[in-house]
Design a protein around this ligand. Structure first.
Ligand code: ZN
Length: 427
């Protein structure tokens, strides 16, 4: 990456300066200004050629055609050559406190590792996430690590560690009897990967989680507790509604894990903001979600990873039923026109490889431009990041650059050569 290091381009420097002097509008004595230029720029909506960005302090002060540069002095210029500038990517579904299940089974992560150990590892995973070009992350559950996600978010905000901007769910909520770790003698109460509650008690649990720092409430609308261990609904629609209403009082949204059609249906009727996974999503349930304004986060990369952990040799063997089902439900979601979030359930697979999800979204049929929007402006709007997800005048300067053109080859998202968050360069 040495060839892409910051270098002063005398032509652009001189041009910007002369323009500034010529119009008598020399500004910019307050904050350091950086000019970014590259072969192309995706602004969160469209791909442009010959565009330039100017950052002053933590904000973007210009994004537009290079020929119309405004009258400001430029302190430094970063020429990224053939790279593509784009908004910092946003992960809609991750778990910094988990790591790949083929390295350590989920049960052992929850039961055998101290929360302190998990929190320290999570800090390192936050750093990897940021360096992979993901400048924001919705973390959907600490999976038995208490409120360590809140601590990681605070550590990043305080500048103690480097990581993405975060929204965190804390412990998450499950129905009694449904969640794991499972398989222990019934006389032992084994600590769970989330907080169990039911009926009216849900009100107190939602409020308690909010009080302890949850930005969003995560609920498991179904889980693998059927007679044969298959996924089946957990909470009633009434219980889910109670959770949504309690969270809404505080201005918070509810996110539902749901793989079954019935779990998705109940969560949608209850008014959750997004549904995660959706493996059994039918055309009907996606149409219901569309009508109710519920977004969908397909977590294609998690299924892809877990299926490989179970023995599937990707690229060698034909795709097994789980993958074919995922492809079909993703087509159902696209056809229904439901809002598609880019979130892979990273943690199931290695942190820093978040771009596996956009890659699979393209592989499963979503056009690359729609995928780029999903991982930037669509995710930002959905998550309430009003000043993120676009490269636009006045927005916060969360900007990355990737080698090549991601519209031509989505794998470009894995080749991150520049990461700026809030005007500060991290890579
Ligand atoms: Zn998850």
């Amino acid at each position: 990456m040495a060839t892409l290091e910051a270098k002063i381009d005398p032509y652009i420097m001189k041009r910007a300066f002369l323009f500034a002097v010529g119009t008598g509008l020399v500004l910019g004595l307050c904050a350091q200004s950086i000019l970014l230029t590259s072969a192309r720029l995706f602004d969160g909506e469209e791909m442009h050629k010959n565009w330039t960005v100017i950052i002053e302090g933590e904000r973007i002060t210009y994004a537009g055609p290079t020929g119309r540069l405004p009258a400001v002095t430029i302190d430094s210029v970063i020429d990224l050559g053939n790279a593509t500038l784009m908004p910092g990517m946003i992960e809609a579904h991750g778990h910094l406190l988990l790591y790949p299940y083929n390295e350590m089974p989920w049960n052992d992560q929850v039961l055998k590792e101290a929360q302190s150990l998990r929190a320290i590892r999570g800090a390192e995973m936050a750093r990897r996430t940021l360096l992979a070009g993901y400048t924001s992350l919705r973390d959907l559950g600490s999976e038995g690590a208490g409120y360590a996600d809140v601590a990681i978010r605070q550590s990043i905000e305080m500048g103690i560690i480097n990581g993405p901007r975060m929204l965190v769910a804390g412990r998450a909520i499950v129905a009694t009897g449904s969640y794991g770790p499972k398989g222990y003698a019934p006389e032992f109460d084994v600590p769970l990967g989330a907080e169990a509650a039911d009926g009216q008690d849900l009100v107190k649990v939602v409020r308690d989680q909010i009080g302890k720092g949850a930005d969003v409430i995560k609920v498991y609308a179904d889980y693998r507790w059927g007679i044969n261990g298959e996924a089946m609904p957990t909470f009633s629609t009434e219980e889910l509604t109670l959770i949504v209403q309690t969270a809404a009082s505080s201005g918070r949204k509810v996110v539902a894990h749901a793989s079954t059609t019935e779990g998705m249906r109940r969560a949608t009727l209850a008014g959750v903001s997004s549904i995660e996974h959706g493996s059994e999503g039918t055309p009907d349930v996606f149409r219901l979600m569309k009508a109710r304004g519920v977004a969908f986060c397909p977590t294609l990369a998690a299924t892809d990873a877990i299926t490989q952990y179970r023995g599937w040799k990707k690229g060698v063997e034909t795709e097994p039923a789980e993958i074919l089902q995922k492809r079909q439900m993703f087509r159902n979601a696209m056809e229904a026109g439901v809002t598609l979030l880019a979130g892979g359930d990273v943690g199931v697979f290695p942190h820093g490889e978040n771009a596996r999800e956009p890659e699979l979204m393209v592989a499963y049929g979503l056009p690359a431009l729609a995928v780029l929007r999903s991982v930037t402006s669509v995710n930002a709007t959905f998550l309430g990041f009003d000043e993120l997800g676009k490269i636009e005048n006045g927005y916060l300067a969360d900007i990355i650059a990737v080698e090549g053109d991601p519209l031509e080859n989505i794998e470009a998202l894995k080749k991150v050569v520049l990461v700026i968050k809030g005007g500060k360069r991290y890579r």
